[in-house]
Design a protein around this ligand. Structure first.
Ligand SMILES: CC(C)(COP(=O)(O)OP(=O)(O)OC[C@H]1O[C@@H](n2cnc3c(N)ncnc32)[C@H](O)[C@@H]1OP(=O)(O)O)[C@@H](O)C(=O)NCCC(=O)NCCS
Length: 183
């Protein structure tokens, strides 16, 4: 597989901010990744292209907040020219792995009501729509759709997740997904 995932480092923040701004251009308050790296609740990963070097090969980012047994996905973004190649899915799998490693039972997130692409990704991984936050996004007062997986440590999710991971490995010719930096 031409990509890998690792934990985000301070020297990545400029590039990651660019990816974030490009993915969410209308956000009035872009994520401050320096602050996020100093936030003990936050855990960020980056997807890298094996062809590049240093930290110039970052092509995607994903973030998770862990709060008393609950994981909150705060963002997933892939550079436009790298989309539709399984990188968003790889980031989501890696965030789920992190949530499992932290013994979370629930994963939740907000996504724009109009963002069918991201919702498709989450639906594929067993997230269900739990409700809406009216006017949640301050740029255009768009509603957020709240999506959740309730029991990531229970058989129902595990079976789906293991099957999807296996399909992902076969499709992308990899044997397993591993964060290249341990927690
Ligand atoms: C959402 C996003 C991260 C997906 O990344 P990606 O690398 O293109 O996605 P993948 O190639 O891994 O696709 C995984 C799944 O996402 C869904 N998906 C991705 N692109 C899609 C498209 N153009 N149309 C419909 N579904 C799509 C599908 O369910 C797909 O599974 P499949 O390949 O079995 O059909 C990417 O589009 C992005 O960065 N968007 C801007 C930021 C954003 O909206 N983030 C989500 C915030 S909550």
């Amino acid at each position: 597989m031409p990509y890998y995932i690792r934990l985000m480092k301070m020297e990545d923040t400029a590039l990651v901010s660019e990816i974030d701004r490009e993915a969410f251009p209308t956000m009035k308050m872009p994520t401050n990744f320096e602050n996020e790296l100093n936030n003990c609740l936050a855990h960020y990963i980056v997807a890298c292209d094996k062809k590049g070097s240093g930290n110039t090969n970052i092509i995607g980012v994903g973030g998770l907040w862990i709060l008393v047994g609950e994981a909150h996905i705060v963002n997933i973004a892939v550079q436009p020219e790298y989309r539709r190649q399984g990188i968003g899915e790889l980031l989501l799998i890696s965030l789920i792995e992190l949530a499992l490693e932290f013994n979370c039972s629930l994963i939740t997130l907000e996504v724009r009501a109009s963002n069918n692409i991201a919702q498709n990704l989450y639906l594929k991984y067993g997230f269900t729509v739990r409700g809406f936050r009216r006017g949640y996004y301050t740029d255009n007062r768009e509603d957020a759709t709240v999506m959740t997986v309730d029991s990531i440590n229970k058989a129902l999710f595990s079976e789906l997740y293991i099957r999807l991971k296996k399909e992902y490995y076969i499709k992308n010719g990899c044997s397993k997904i591993q964060l290249s930096t341990s927690l």
